[in-house]
Ligand binder design. Structure first.
Ligand code: ADP
Ligand code: MG
Length: 475
């Protein structure tokens, strides 16, 4: 007699029905669909993650007894959660929910079956790893470990990243926070972890997302009344990579929701990877409880690469692009472009473009011209004066009005924006920003930065101001 998923499940149901109240049966068991039986494992489809959690919490014993009667002591139950979510490209899709009691993966990325009779385990059922997940990981395959050149400046961060990629959720590096200045490889390295995990553990759900997008999705979910779906979606991820968390500064709503997602993932042994342009101690306007969690794992710094590493990065890039360049030129670039790998690559790209456009050889004089331009452009730090000018003219005010004591709403907003950008784009202290923008104190500046953060989160028009001004100030 061959058993089908339906026949097994029907037998289970008739047993369950005899043991619980009719209303509970109707609510929690009728909506379940048997999907598949393979060996000792029965797959059932449940309509939501909440549903699955409820079953686990309230009916797991009953389910176990029912299932063991049908399939023997090695019985396993697999939940399929049918999700209709707005956060993934392919929808609807099926996700197998991993359980908090899941056993560690073996080397093939397959869950090691758990002995159903083991007393000490509350949940006897194995929930195998995610198998059919169709969440698009948003990873760039070119950002991998092979293309990430190792040097003294990044050795710790790179090794920690490798360790995490080998055993996601299974090291003490959770969360792993990679921090460092612009263009030093934070995004690259965080992708590399994801790419490697996808390769080693195809069943794991990996998601890369920038903090900006995360924030935007959250705001949209609040607007469309689907905040819970948003949270559930993120709580299902096995490996969550959030880039540039400093962007969450001052965004209390988004921080709050991230806090809950983070706790859930962490408690369930899921891996969280964060990047930031600052060390946790230097992050501003991030809630204390979140900061303290950032420090639970490992914070690894990416420093500007030393000369040898810069040369290797250039040579590697040339090799990949199939371009040959005289050593003295590579040497020249590596000597002068010091602080930023993105610029290092930028110079190469310009050189290659110039040379092929004008059918020129790579010459030292061409190199000097291009390097010069890069060095000049990056030396430019915006001053607080400049910021006040740009903001004033954007709002059609003069600087004196911006600095005045008036409480007119649109002027107050312009002033707050100027303070916000001064904090973000210069190294000036709060007190010095205050004194330069209309002789205010540091508390006023701090308040301005928070207000801008909040308004950016909640007010579309205001967000547009910030975006426009950012463009004006950076280009
Ligand atoms: P960040 O996110 O820190 O601003 P990115 O990860 O975007 O920096 O890196 C900027 C560029 O520099 C990318 O194209 C990246 O591939 C490259 N890069 C950075 N570090 C390295 C490295 N160690 N080896 C090779 N390429 C690197
Ligand atoms: Mg980046």
């Amino acid at each position: 007699m061959t058993k089908t998923a339906t026949s097994v499940w029907n037998e289970c149901l008739s047993f369950i029905k005899d043991n619980i109240k009719p209303q509970a049966y109707k609510t929690w068991f009728e909506p379940i669909k048997p999907i598949k039986i393979s060996g000792d494992s029965l797959t059932i489809q449940v309509p939501s993650k909440f549903f699955y959690e409820w079953l686990e919490e309230h009916y797991i014993k009953l389910l176990r007894v029912a299932l063991v009667r049908e399939l023997g002591s090695d019985a396993k139950l697999i939940y399929d959660v049918r999700m209709e979510n707005a956060y993934s490209s392919s929808k609807p899709h099926t996700v197998k929910i991993p359980s908090s009691n899941r056993r560690p993966m073996n080397s093939q990325g397959v869950t090691v079956p758990m002995d159903i009779n083991r007393r000490e385990l509350k949940n006897p059922f194995v929930i195998p790893g995610l198998q059919k997940v169709k969440i698009e990981s948003q990873l760039n395959p070119n950002y991998n470990f092979d293309s990430f050149i190792e040097g003294d400046s990044n050795r710790l961060a790179r090794s920690a990243s490798r360790a995490v990629a080998n055993k996601p959720g299974g090291t003490s590096f959770n969360p792993l926070l990679i921090y460092g200045g612009v263009g030093l490889g934070k995004t690259h390295l965080s992708h590399a972890i994801g790419v490697e995990i996808k390769d080693k553990y195809p069943d794991k759900t990996v998601l890369y997302i920038s903090s900006e997008r995360f924030t935007q999705q959250f705001i949209d979910s609040v607007k469309s009344n689907s905040r819970n779906d948003f949270i559930h979606f993120y709580q299902m991820i096995d490996v969550l990579i959030i880039d540039d968390v400093q962007f969450l500064s001052g965004k209390t709503g988004t921080q709050d929701v991230f806090f809950h997602i983070f706790n859930h993932l962490h408690q369930n042994g899921k891996q969280v990877i964060l990047t930031s342009d600052k060390a946790p101690v230097d992050m501003q306007d991030i809630e204390q409880r979140l900061l303290s969690r950032f420090k639970w794992g490992l914070s690894a710094e990416l420093q500007p690469p030393d000369y040898e590493t810069r040369v290797s990065i250039l040579q590697n890039k040339l090799f990949r692009d199939g371009v040959e360049m005289p050593d003295e030129i590579v040497d020249y670039i590596a000597k002068y472009i010091k602080s930023n790998v993105r610029e290092l690559e930028g110079v190469l790209v310009s050189m290659i473009a110039q040379a092929s456009f004008n059918r020129k050889e790579f010459t030292l004089s061409l190199t000097k011209q291009i390097v010069d331009k890069f060095v000049k452009n990056t030396k430019r730090e915006v001053s607080i004066d400049q910021i006040q000018k740009v903001v004033s003219s954007y709002f059609d005010l003069d600087v004196a009005t911006l600095q005045s004591k008036t409480r007119k709403r649109h002027i107050v907003q312009a002033r707050q924006l100027a303070m916000f950008f001064a904090k973000r784009m210069t190294k000036a202290s709060l007190a010095s920003i205050g004194s330069q923008i209309g002789k205010r104190d540091h508390a006023t500046v701090l308040h301005a930065c928070k207000t801008v953060g909040n308004l950016t989160e909640t007010d579309k028009q205001f967000r547009k101001y910030v975006e426009d001004l950012t463009k004006k100030l950076t280009y």
